[in-house]
Design a protein around this ligand. Sequence first.
Ligand SMILES: *Cc1c(COP(=O)(O)O)cnc(C)c1O
Length: 355
Amino acid sequence: MTIYNFSAGPACLPHSVLTQAQQDLVHYPGAGISVMEMSHRSADFENILHDAKTRLRKLANIPDDYDIIFLQGGASLQFSMIPMNLAPKAVDIIDTGQWTSKAIKEHQKCTQVNVIASSKDKNYTYIPKLDQALTGDYLYICENNTIYGTQYHQLPHAKHLIGDLSSDILSRPLDITKYDLVFAGAQKNIGPAGLTLVILKKSLLDQIDDSQIPSVLSYKVQASNQSMFNTPPTWAIYICSLVFKWLEEEIGGLEAMERINQQKAKLLYDYLDQSTFFHNPVNPQDRSLMNIPFISPNAELDQLFIAKAKEAGLINLKGHRSVGGMRASLYNAMPIEGVQKLIELMQTFEGEHHA
Ligand SMILES: *Cc1c(COP(=O)(O)O)cnc(C)c1O
């Protein structure tokens, strides 16, 4: 039975990437040893790192005045690294749920935070409008809200914008020029857990005074050492390079990826919108293409549905504990067949349990 993994993260990876990794696991071609065993200073690994960076730069159309760095510590470490490095007097943050709440908490340890808009009043089921003037040194947003299934489809205007793109990076074309800095934990849409991607304007680096910052946490140190200040997560970087290659060669780039993602999400939203049994609570204009939460008429039926889905090979559909119900994460690597199977099961379940 084919298993379809709807987990919000760590999430599904392209089958062809895993097969390639399996083939190269013991003997990386030409090296005779595994990537996991290689010195990070070896020519083979330097090529892998270079390949990952150049592929990403091309794929996401990242101009030369932006740096790409691979870090550790998860997306969560960026909640602290950003204010530590940029040393703002104050920041504006739009509160769209748990991931921005955590960013607010960490920022508050370093600087003053203005929560400039929030969708807390409706349990984060929409993207709030900005109706106040910005006064902080930068505006911080979370582009796709993994838990609630909301996503910015138009970015707010700000002179200096910073984005958490953990759960939608590379799901559609990226206009990095709108941002000073974006970051993403790899485990949702890029690769294995343990790697964090940061893309930032090179000009920011010149403004950083890192005399009081631990070296590992300094963007300047990490960028000037090409992500190799210390041992980077070599295996994770290698898998990412395979994912970038897959996006480029098998999918055909980020525009093609976006069309596929739109197609997958539309199937599920169309079904949800005509159903009188299952329901998605998100404001239609703000719906995420990546994470789609839904509920049935009650918690017992939710639980039964999740169990039935598991039996059918559709796993990890349980919603986040803070919202309950179900959540289908349709990241890049989720094939359309997975979404079709899910909808078939929902139809059957609805037929059996509709009052
Ligand atoms: C998962 C997630 C995070 C946290 O990632 P870690 O790598 O576990 O720290 C942060 N932001 C968003 C939007 C996420 O989806």
